[in-house]
Design a protein around this ligand. Structure first.
Ligand SMILES: C[C@@H](Oc1cc(-c2cccc(S(C)(=O)=O)c2)cnc1N)c1cc(F)ccc1N1NC=CN1
Length: 291
């Protein structure tokens, strides 16, 4: 089997064989775990502090993804793959890999810490309700959308397909004005390097509500897959993170999308943005968007 990694991401060709020593190994005693942030795919994610120099007592906030000792070899490989991917992506709107600590168990991936947390939680916390208007303006929402587009353009320039663009995988540098959105998690992208695309049997893990028909029906992925997901992400931003296709199961979504049904952006969505979202959801991925 041809190595699918090289088909997708030319950068990979540069790394003939990935070795753990390819990464900036940070001394374990320069890292401190502070408190758990939640669960990642392979284990806990912690807020931590990294002390770059032994002399000065300065530290920078980091997020530490840990690989639990019980992790299977497959998980170990996925963990290393994620380091490969994050280590090879350098863009303002993609969360930075600061280093790794593979020398001890549990292994660590050390990421830049994003004070604003994930976009899904942020939008839900700022959802306008009848007795309190949101402080967010349409320009705030559009700025977030533009930040993500810049990260996506960079991925496309590397012919890299993310496969799981969604508000849950976007992080914010802060909750306040001047916040910057960055693509923060590549969980699905590295899975594909494991073997065939998505094994249909793992349907439950496949984010159907964010995927175009050709992806979940035929396993065909391309940058257009991310374009479709980006359209759903725009809808999430405008609705302050409703779950897409409210009330519909994954199976019902497959049915109605196949019939040509699409979600409607909310009434207050600017007309040009409505047209853009609809162009992301064209049935034929190859039709040029005439927006
Ligand atoms: C791996 C983890 O990375 C981070 C999470 C948070 C972060 C995430 C949530 C809340 C807070 S905070 C502001 O409450 O400390 C900080 C901040 N910076 C990160 N680099 C992450 C990246 C994503 F793209 C999406 C979700 C998460 N996680 N993983 C476990 C929980 N979220």
């Amino acid at each position: 089997r041809k190595n699918v990694m090289s088909e997708i991401n030319p950068l990979y060709g540069a790394r003939k064989s990935v070795k753990e020593e390819d990464f900036p190994e940070l001394p374990r005693n320069s890292l401190k775990l502070l408190h758990p942030l939640g669960n990642g795919a392979f284990g806990e994610v912690y807020k931590g502090a990294y002390f770059p120099s032994r002399e000065k007592n300065e530290s920078i906030s980091v997020a530490i993804k840990t690989l639990s000792k019980e992790a299977t070899d497959e998980h170990k490989n996925d963990f290393l793959m994620e380091a490969v991917l994050l280590g090879s992506l350098k863009h303002y709107n993609i969360v930075k890999l600061i280093g790794v600590s593979f020398i001890r168990v549990p292994k660590f991936l050390i990421l830049e810490f994003m004070e604003g947390g994930d976009l899904k939680t942020f939008l839900q916390a700022n959802r306008p309700t009848f007795n309190n208007k949101t402080t967010l303006k349409m320009t705030d929402l559009l700025r977030i959308a533009m930040d993500i587009v810049d990260g996506c353009k960079y991925l496309e320039s590397l012919r890299f397909i993310h496969r799981d663009l969604a508000a849950r995988n976007i992080l914010l540098t802060s909750r306040g004005v001047g916040r910057v959105a960055k693509i923060g998690d590549f969980g699905m992208a590295k899975d594909v390097y494991k073997s065939e695309y998505y094994r249909k049997s793992k349907n439950s893990l496949v984010p159907v509500k964010w995927m175009p028909p050709e992806a979940y029906l035929d396993g065909v992925f391309s940058t257009k897959t991310d374009v479709w997901s980006y359209g759903v992400l725009l809808w999430e931003i405008l609705t302050f993170s409703y779950i897409p296709y409210p009330g519909l199961s994954n199976h019902e979504v497959i049915q109605c999308v196949a019939k040509g049904d699409r979600m409607c952006p909310p009434r207050y969505c600017p007309k040009p943005l409505k047209a853009l979202i609809e162009s992301c959801w064209r049935t034929e991925p190859e039709t040029e968007t005439d927006v």
